[in-house]
Design a protein around this ligand. Structure first.
Ligand code: SF4
Length: 348
C-alpha cells in the first residue's frame, strides 16, 4: 500500500547552536512553526484526501525535542488523536542526538510517536566540532540506545562533505552509522547555503564542497554499502528540491534528481564492469534489466548508453521481469550464453 507523510516543518527558533550548514536567520525569519490547531486541521484535510493510503504524521525540522516543552507537547497532543483512533500509523519526527532523555522518550511514547530520526551528520568528533554541531559521536550512540530501549524505529541522517571531511572521515561515519543498525538512513551531501558559516568559509577559499560528479560517485558507493552490504534502506539521498533552496544555494552538489544520478552511476559501473570482465569486443551488446529499472540503467537523458557508446559498445536494454533490483545481465545472443556470473548486480 502506498504511504504518505502529513508533514510539518518545525523550525528551532532561538536555537543556541550554530551549525556550519544552517542559516538561523532564514529559519527564524521565513518559517513559522505550525500551531496545534493548524496541525489538527491539516491532518483532517490530508486524511480526507488520502483515498486509502496509509499515513504518518511527520514533524521535521531537526530539533523537535529541543523546542520548548509546552510547544512540543501541544503539537503532539494535536496529532495524537489521529493515531489513537487508528487513522494514522504513527508520528515520526527528527531531532538532535543530544536532545533526548528518559523523560522525553516517555512523552514521545505516550503521544504515539513511532519513529525518531537523529541528525548525526558525522561520527567524527573533530568534524562535528569544526561544524559547530555542539554534540559528539557518543551522544549519537547514547541517543540510539535510548530510542531502542523505548522501542522506537530509528533513522539516522548523515551529511558527507562537511567542512574538514575527507574520504576517510566520510567512510568512518558510514561504517559507524551502519554499526548502530538504524532502521533506515538519509544521506544529504553537504551544500553551501547563503547566510551560513560554510558560505563564509567558501568565499574565503577555506572550504570546498564536493563537486556534483564527486558526490554522485561517493553516494553511489554509500548507497551500495548501506543497502546491499548492510541491508539498511536509504530512504532519501540528496536534498529535497525546493525554490528556496535553489534561490539560496551558493555552491555544492545539489541536483533535483540526485538519487537518480547515483543509481544511474551504479548501473553504468555494473554494465562497464561486466563488459570488461567478459572481454566483450566493441559492437552491439544487450543487457537484461528489470522493466522498472530501464530508465535508471539508461541513465539520465540516456547518459549511461552514451558513455558506453563512446567506449565502443552500443547497448540495448531488454526488459526482463523478475530480475532483482540493481541487476543487469549481459546477454550474448550469438553464443546463446550469458557472460560471467548470471546475474551480477552493479553493487559489487
Ligand atoms: S541545524 Fe544546528 S543551528 Fe540549525 S537549528 Fe538545528 S541545531 Fe540549530
Amino acid at each position: 500500500m502506498k504511504h504518505a507523510n502529513i508533514a510539518f516543518f518545525v523550525p528551532h527558533l532561538g536555537c543556541p547552536h550554530r551549525c556550519s550548514f544552517c542559516d538561523q536567520r532564514r529559519i527564524s525569519g521565513a518559517e513559522e512553526p505550525p500551531d496545534p490547531r493548524q496541525v489538527e486541521q491539516q491532518c483532517r484535510e490530508a486524511l480526507a484526501g488520502l483515498q486509502g493510503r496509509e499515513a504518518e504524521i511527520a514533524f521535521f525540522g531537526g530539533s523537535f525535542t529541543a523546542i520548548p516543552r509546552g510547544q512540543m507537547t501541544a503539537l503532539l497532543a494535536a496529532a495524537f488523536p489521529f493515531v489513537r483512533d487508528g487513522l494514522c500509523l504513527g508520528i515520526r519526527l527528527s531531532t538532535r542526538p543530544d536532545a533526548l532523555d528518559e523523560e522525553i522518550c516517555r512523552i514521545l511514547k505516550a503521544y504515539g510517536v513511532t519513529t525518531v530520526e537523529l541528525g548525526v551528520q558525522s561520527m567524527d568528533d573533530g568534524i562535528l566540532a569544526q561544524n559547530g554541531r555542539g554534540h559528539d559521536s557518543a551522544s549519537v550512540r547514547r541517543g540510539v540506545a535510548l530510542l531502542r530501549r523505548y522501542g522506537f524505529s530509528v533513522g539516522l541522517q548523515i551529511m558527507p562533505g562537511l567542512y574538514g571531511d575527507t574520504r576517510e572521515t566520510i567512510w568512518s561515519t558510514a561504517r559507524q552509522t551502519a554499526q548502530l543498525t538504524p532502521d533506515f538512513v538519509r544521506i544529504y551531501p553537504t551544500v553551501v547555503i547563503e547566510g551560513t558559516k560554510l558560505a563564509e568559509l567558501y568565499r574565503r577559499g577555506l572550504y570546498r564542497p564536493l563537486g556534483l560528479e564527486e558526490a554522485v560517485a561517493l553516494c553511489a558507493e554509500l548507497l551500495c554499502f548501506f543497502e546491499e552490504e548492510r541491508q539498511i534502506p536509504v530512504i532519501r539521498l540528496g536534498l529535497h528540491p525546493s525554490e528556496t533552496l535553489e534561490k539560496d544555494l551558493v555552491a555544492g552538489p545539489y541536483h533535483p534528481a540526485f538519487r537518480e544520478l547515483a543509481e544511474g552511476r551504479i548501473f553504468f559501473q555494473g554494465m562497464q564492469r561486466q563488459l570488461q570482465k567478459a572481454g566483450v569486443p566493441p559492437g552491439r551488446v544487450e543487457f537484461a534489466v528489470n522493466p522498472r529499472e530501464i530508465s535508471k540503467a539508461a541513465g539520465q537523458r540516456r547518459s549511461n548508453l552514451q558513455k558506453l557508446e563512446k567506449q565502443g559498445w552500443q547497448v540495448r536494454l531488454t526488459p526482463k521481469e523478475g530480475l532483482p533490483p540493481r541487476t543487469v545481465r549481459l546477454i550474448d545472443r550469438q553464443s546463446n550464453r550469458q557472460h560471467g556470473e548470471e546475474e551480477t548486480g552493479p553493487c559489487i
